[in-house]
Write a protein that binds this ligand. Structure first.
Ligand code: FES
Length: 98
């Protein structure tokens, strides 16, 4: 998967802390717990990915890029789906006040 750029779109939904829109279908007050392999992963920041919260390349041409993160080992991570985490793409508990 490559970094790229596309428009943020005009989804009219609450912006994430990154200033990008998030489709209401993706906006929840709970993180997604997912077990991931060690390596490089890309979290969607445009809200258009069919594999949200992971990037599927749908951001291309938007001017946005996915949030790249690395894991040293296979583990369960909690990915932000409220768009307010200060530690994106990971949940920091902010959704409890969202
Ligand atoms: S950042 Fe959303 S599809 Fe890539």
């Amino acid at each position: 998967m490559k970094d790229g750029t596309q428009s943020s779109g005009s989804l009219g939904n609450p912006p994430t802390k990154h200033g990008t829109p998030m489709p209401e279908t993706h906006f929840t007050k709970s993180p997604l717990a997912v077990e991931l392999e060690a390596g490089t992963h890309y979290a969607c920041t445009c809200g258009k990915s069919a594999k949200f919260p992971f990037c599927d390349g749908s951001h291309k041409g938007s001017g946005l890029a996915p949030k790249k993160f690395e894991l040293d080992e296979k583990k369960t991570v909690y990915l932000c789906r409220c768009g307010k985490s200060g530690n994106a793409p990971f949940c920091d508990g902010t959704h409890k006040a969202a």
